[in-house]
Design a protein around this ligand. Sequence first.
Ligand code: ATP
Ligand SMILES: Nc1ccn([C@@H]2O[C@H](COP(=O)(O)O)[C@@H](O)[C@H]2O)c(=O)n1
Length: 195
Amino acid sequence: MPFIIAIDGPAASGKGTIARALAAELGFHHLDTGLLYRATGAKGGDPVAAARGLTAADLARDDLRSAAAGQAASRIAAIPEVRAALVAFQHCFAAQDPGAVLDGRDIGTVIYPGAEVKLYVTASDAVRAARRAAELGADPDQMLAELRERDLRDSQRDVAPLRPAEDAVVLDTSTLSIEEAVARALAEVRRVRAG
Ligand SMILES: Nc1ncnc2c1ncn2[C@@H]1O[C@H](COP(=O)(O)OP(=O)(O)OP(=O)(O)O)[C@@H](O)[C@H]1O
Ligand SMILES: Nc1ccn([C@@H]2O[C@H](COP(=O)(O)O)[C@@H](O)[C@H]2O)c(=O)n1
């Protein structure tokens, strides 16, 4: 059975950075599930049909990391049929040996409630906005408003809202460097694997 690491958290908290590093260190597969929602939102038209017909080319678009793509993703992510259409892809991906790291909003609560390791990565709003502004070359105040709007929508939707799983380990990266955050996540994985 593949070993599943579920990482959830709000926008720009650093979950993708940690997920990639864990996968590289452990030799696991990594899926940024936000990309599925970003690609679906970016296709336009009927979002349910877009989610059902998602292709590798859709996921390879070079405009998916923008703030606009994040907002579009967050809107279509509230549609139950869109979420349902993306479940099988996530389950198939995670079925690969020796294990997989999936990061998103509902991995530990809905997609893999039985994941061996569950992390909820967070950071203060101001820190997240500053990091995202540096990444995109954007205005921090604008990023702060964008992240807050998206987090509110993600956490208040009826289906698979953003929230920590009851058994998730919360990792606040506000005052941690990338190396420190990855080291804490890796320590949790090693603790679980050691039994
Ligand atoms: N601990 C950290 N210290 C400093 N910068 C960080 C840290 N963690 C992540 N970053 C930087 O913050 C930005 C956002 O990180 P990342 O993309 O991992 O967040 P995310 O939670 O996956 O975001 P999203 O949900 O929008 O995909 C990136 O530029 C990343 O390099
Ligand atoms: N498991 C997930 C992952 C993402 N979303 C939605 O997609 C938006 C973009 O995600 P990023 O991780 O790339 O920022 C996000 O704001 C969510 O609305 C989701 O619902 N479930």
